[in-house]
Design a protein around this ligand. Structure first.
Ligand code: NAG
Ligand code: NAG
Ligand code: NAG
Ligand code: NAG
Ligand code: NAG
Ligand code: NAG
Ligand code: NAG
Ligand code: NAG
Ligand code: NAG
Ligand code: NAG
Ligand code: NAG
Length: 547
């Protein structure tokens, strides 16, 4: 009782330096109070998952197994909070994670971190090493960047021994990460795979400098240079506009800007890249719908108000929770596991947010009015040419699309469930958001978003191909059953083109229908096939009116 009174007093009137010890009467600025809120809400939630006996967080829905990466993020949060036994628990978690780090330099997964402590040994016959399944190469980057934030921000809360142990772990992670070469051994780490590539360059460069390991320093610089060259084409990340991974890239670029000296290309360019990335996301953001318009290179949902995106957490620190695309209890949203990265977002926000232009901050509060966006992004070796991106945004209707020509179906991640090259979103009367997304089924698409229109062509396909649109289910006030566009709430859709205008509608639901949900979202599948035997190029134009 006494303690909680004291705490509410502290939160009301005192600034807690690095969220911990107070340093006197201080009025927080907006970023600090939003970040403080994010830190504490996420920590309150994770506290309930913490297994102090073992020193790991439990996973969701896995019969009481634990989770390595979320535990690392929680450890950073414990140090930021630094109450009671927080720092001892953090040390325990960090030691656990490093103890279980892969130690055999011969393994492709050397220096990576386990996914969970109960897992069998990766590489035994019964548990073959399958990249992104039994082991995840990106976890080197996720855990190592977390350790770097911890070492930079809270060195006084860690013992000398622990810091040495973390450096040893980081060196192994760096060496193991250098085994990654896109196209070799099923790996896909190219500079264009923005989020892990930005983490790789940082970890290598930072560790190299700390340990005076010149090879690692040089490797980090070299890799960063390739990332920067791709970025400079049009001031965009290759992994463009993805609610989850734009967040990871912004996080990692913050470490470039904050922790790398100006003698490094990372220190020189990180801040500028953050500013440009926010500008681009700001132009595509519709504050009425609380969504970034499409296209989305990699998305874990179709409406940011319903799945938890890391970028939404950054918006939270910028404009406050009320205005951000999260619900009051964010941990109920789809993809809620990402809520556990919140401590890192909160810790870095006071620095990070100074890099966002004022006019861009405004666009996350108030929609600036109808406008169009034209930009591009490039992901070699998957793209033959840069992808051309167009978007048209109005108060209650946004349309965004990208033209691409590549060598895979489903974008560089080769995943049609996350690659959304043409997306439409609209406001419904009850304040919820309707969506339509073209299901990625081809390697080449010409897609142009215009005023109330979406124009799509498969330039290299024939009559065997069809356009399938995943259309979100209606709000609870709309019709449950959808057989045609007339049944879709909030929007009128008219189609024209070389397609057969008689379309089919099927349903993918949680408990049945034609197929499975995508990223937890149920949808109606509107498919336009070509007239049989047609020799025309598949083409469809959709016109939208708010209803
Ligand atoms: C780092 O890797 C070496 C093998 O090169 C191994 O002996 C050592 O235990 C590893 N350190 C940690 C902290 O995992
Ligand atoms: C770092 O290494 C360089 C050469 O590799 C050496 O000249 C320098 O003295 C080293 N510095 C420290 C602090 O160890
Ligand atoms: C650094 O790289 C050079 C050239 O690839 C190599 O010969 C040397 O062994 C490396 N040094 C260390 C410490 O890894
Ligand atoms: C908020 O405070 C932080 C220091 O904690 C500072 O870095 C940042 O510039 C401040 N932001 C604004 C908008 O004043
Ligand atoms: C941005 O806004 C802050 C706080 O409102 C203000 O101090 C600063 O001068 C503004 N910067 C620019 C470039 O307008
Ligand atoms: C957008 O929707 C809001 C809320 O329903 C409504 O007040 C506003 O008039 C709409 N704007 C346009 C341009 O339709
Ligand atoms: C994008 O536009 C540029 C310039 O007009 C063009 O060179 C490029 O081929 C286009 N990309 C695609 C995938 O068509
Ligand atoms: C739609 O795209 C096709 C093929 O790229 C083009 O011929 C047509 O002019 C476009 N229509 C509109 C209205 O932009
Ligand atoms: C139509 O395209 C498919 C691949 O998309 C191809 O397998 C088929 O041969 C093509 N048919 C004709 C008649 O060109
Ligand atoms: C579309 O469906 C209607 C009713 O089933 C049918 O009469 C018409 O011929 C069909 N049109 C085409 C182009 O298939
Ligand atoms: C949508 O329906 C079409 C036609 O049946 C099918 O080819 C496509 O795979 C479906 N898409 C999804 C995501 O289920």
């Amino acid at each position: 009782m006494a303690r909680s009174l004291l705490l509410s007093f502290l939160t009301a009137g005192f600034f807690q330096s690095a969220f911990g010890k107070y340093v006197g009467i201080y009025r927080r600025n907006d970023t600090e109070s939003h970040a403080h809120g994010l830190l504490h809400e996420s920590m309150d939630w994770m506290d309930r998952y913490y297994d102090a006996e073992v020193g790991y967080l439990y996973s969701d829905n896995t019969a009481l197994s634990h989770n390595t990466r979320a535990s690392g993020w929680y450890a950073a949060g414990l140090l930021a909070r630094n109450e009671d036994s927080d720092k001892e628990e953090a040390a325990k978690i960090i030691r656990n994670i490093i103890g279980a780090q892969f130690k055999d330099v011969e393994d492709q997964w050397f220096g990576d971190y386990q996914k969970y402590p109960e897992e069998p040994t990766v590489g035994i016959p019964q548990y073959p090493p399958v990249i992104y399944n039994s082991w995840d190469p990106n976890w080197r980057g996720f855990v190592a960047t977390t350790f770097i934030v911890i070492l930079e921000e809270f060195p006084n809360l860690l013992s000398y021994d622990l810091k040495e142990y973390m450096m040893e772990s980081l060196l192994n992670a760096t060496i193991g990460d250098s085994y990654r070469v896109g196209g070799v051994n099923s790996d896909n780490l190219y500079p264009a795979y923005s989020n892990p590539s930005i983490m790789r360059a940082l970890v290598s460069g930072w560790v190299g400098r700390r340990l005076n390991a010149t090879n690692e320093t040089a490797a980090g610089e070299m890799y960063a240079k390739e990332i920067i060259d791709l970025f400079n084409r049009d001031n965009t990340l290759s992994e463009f506009n993805s609610g989850t991974y734009a967040g990871v890239s912004l996080f990692a670029l913050t470490l470039w800007a904050k922790y790398m000296p100006t003698s490094s290309v990372m220190g020189q360019n990180g801040g500028r890249m953050i500013t440009h990335t926010w500008n681009s996301l700001g132009q595509l953001y519709n504050a009425n719908l609380k969504n970034v318009a499409g296209p989305w290179d990699r998305s874990y949902g179709f409406d940011m108000n319903r799945y938890l995106s890391i970028f939404a957490l950054q918006i939270w620190t910028l404009v406050g929770k009320e205005k951000a695309p999260v619900i009051s209890r964010p941990y109920l949203m789809s993809h809620n596991g990402d809520f556990s990265i919140s401590p890192l977002v909160a810790i870095l926000a006071p620095f990070h947010n100074t890099l966002v232009d004022n006019s861009t901050i405004e666009s996350f509060k108030t929609f600036p009015g109808t406008h169009s966006v034209k930009t591009s992004a490039f992901s070699p070796p998957f793209d033959t040419y840069p992808r051309n991106i167009t978007a048209w945004l109005s108060d209650n209707l946004t349309i965004g699309a990208e033209t691409f020509s590549g060598n895979v179906v489903g974008g560089p991640a080769i995943n049609p469930s996350s690659f959304n090259p043409a997306v439409v979103q609209w406001a419904r009367k009850d304040g919820t958001v309707g969506f339509l997304s073209l299901y990625a089924q081809v390697k080449e698409l010409t897609a142009v978003a215009g005023k109330k229109s979406l124009n799509l062509t498969y330039p290299s396909e024939n009559s065997t191909n069809a356009f399938s649109f995943l259309v979100g289910t209606n709000s609870r006030f709309g019709k449950r059953d959808v057989a045609s566009w007339e049944d879709v709430e909030g929007v009128d859709v008219t189609a024209s083109g070389t397609v057969n205008l008689n379309y089919t509608v099927t349903f993918n639901g949680m408990n049945g229908g034609a197929g499975k949900v995508v990223n937890d979202f149920e949808f109606w599948n509107f498919t336009y096939a070509m007239p049989s035997g047609s020799s025309e190029t598949p083409h469809i134009q959709l016109q939208f009116e708010l209803a």
